[in-house]
Write a protein that binds this ligand. Sequence first.
Ligand code: ATP
Ligand code: MG
Length: 556
Amino acid sequence: MPDKPSKNFIEEIVEKDLDENRYEGRVHTRFPPEPNGYLHIGHAKSICLNFGIAEKYNGKCNLRFDDTNPLKEGKEYVKSIIEDVKWLGFDWEDRLFFASDYFERMYELAVELIKKGKAYVCDLSNEEIRQYRGTLTQPGKESPYRNRSIEENLDLFERMKNGEFEEGSKTLRAKIDMAHPNLNMRDPVMYRIIKKPHYRQGNKWYIYPTYDWAHCLEDSFELITHSLCTLEFADHRILYEWFLDQLEIYKPQQIEFGRLNLTYTVLSKRKLSILVKEGYVNGWDDPRMPTIAGLRRRGYTPEAIRDFVERTGVSRTDSVVDYALLEHCIREDLNKRANRVMAVLNPVKVIIENYPEDKVEWLDAENNPEDKNAGFRKIPFCREIYIEREDFMEDPPKKYFRLAPDREVRLKHAYYIRCVDVKKDENGEIKEIICRYDPDSKGGWSKDGRKVKGTLHWVSARHCIDAEVRLYEHLFTKENPDEDEDFLQNINPNSLVMLKNCKLEPSLKDAKVGERFQFLRKGYFCVDKDSTAEKPVFNRIVTLKDSWAKIKNKLT
Ligand code: ATP
Ligand code: MG
């Protein structure tokens, strides 16, 4: 996969259309989510593509809610989608539309189609319609209601609309061709009776349009030029065009592109909503979720997500992208802008016996070596500090360069220390590590040029603040969670680890929700919305180990 693809095939189509003045020089796209769940990273691809094309060719992009099914849609989802698209950095100006606002016009056009003899009211049940449809190898069978008179159809359709019939007892169907090689053309359903209130229309409607009927009209009403959708709609394009041709109204061009999939997760609102409803995660914005809201809460930046989407390119086939690429993108972004700080996630105490009891030194620490403008801060040093438990070993193997009995290491920004003793509790667990420091190594460099191999991060025990830190792994244990019948059996039981006793340097005291840092040696972290003044909570966004760079090096 190239890092930065040049022009994609959709841009080539758009440029050709512009050259040929196909839509009087207009480029007008739309992002058409159904408000039946939160947006995920796959939607981000569609958003970037639609808004990106409009931006690049001086066109427009609408945000349109495809809210034609009252059963699963709701205001909460509308709100979250609006927030997510904005957060990604896109602007639809005054072009926020709702398909449900077009119900009246859609109804009138359906009446027109009936008048043209191109649609009829059918009394077959759903099951019967399926049986009559035939298969890829066998033609379908015509419905016994197919040849109702136009007058009868008009009357029945109006009564469907007025709520006179039971749910499931009638549909409105297009009258096309029951032997058509494309099954979508075998008299597809345009309206079904659903007696449920719509979140915006209330109880006004008893019939609701299907996707096939509604979507082409929505695009047509909004004078969309390029209607970009995912591959599963390729087989529906012929129907999309048939409806608009019969009605003789403005016809946009439908273009299909490959869906984005990610390893170790699922990208389907239906499945994500199972994870939420059945409590496998803590809501749509759980930091483990591949939703935009989840990624945002985890600490991802819009820039990193857009960079990721761009690198995955646009193609005519579905793709599965390595999760490591997404992580690589956030690392690259945060490397430039996240300040480095020190935090000890699994603390053990170190006592520096030759350092005066009451003394405190405020040492200079560079905020970000990648950004010279980020400046310095002061960090306190004193006799008792915390280091990571894993940074000390009583009986170290070869190549362990951290602290061990009689070993010397550097404390970042501070001094060299040497371990002289270890104190244990009654269970044999290490309670305190006794060290001596070299007063001539201030800043972490010895005067005599003596070298040490290990550099540890640490915090002052007297000044540090307590925090909870949440570490995450992939939500699923398999690259493709869907390879088994039930994706839920591949849930990773260790996807969340909460560390409740972490120690942070005091500069993090006023960190705000959403602020991001690099904890030296530990990764990039973001303040979670569960944070309180008493107990800050940080999410690990990503570790520092870049497995994507490794994969890429192997490939090239
Ligand atoms: P899901 O399968 O997750 O329910 P959907 O396609 O039903 O998704 P919509 O709300 O209808 O969700 O999608 C809005 C737009 O986003 C559509 O144009 C759809 O094609 C696009 N889209 C959805 N998922 C992806 C994906 N994984 N990659 C690229 N585009 C996507
Ligand atoms: Mg959908």
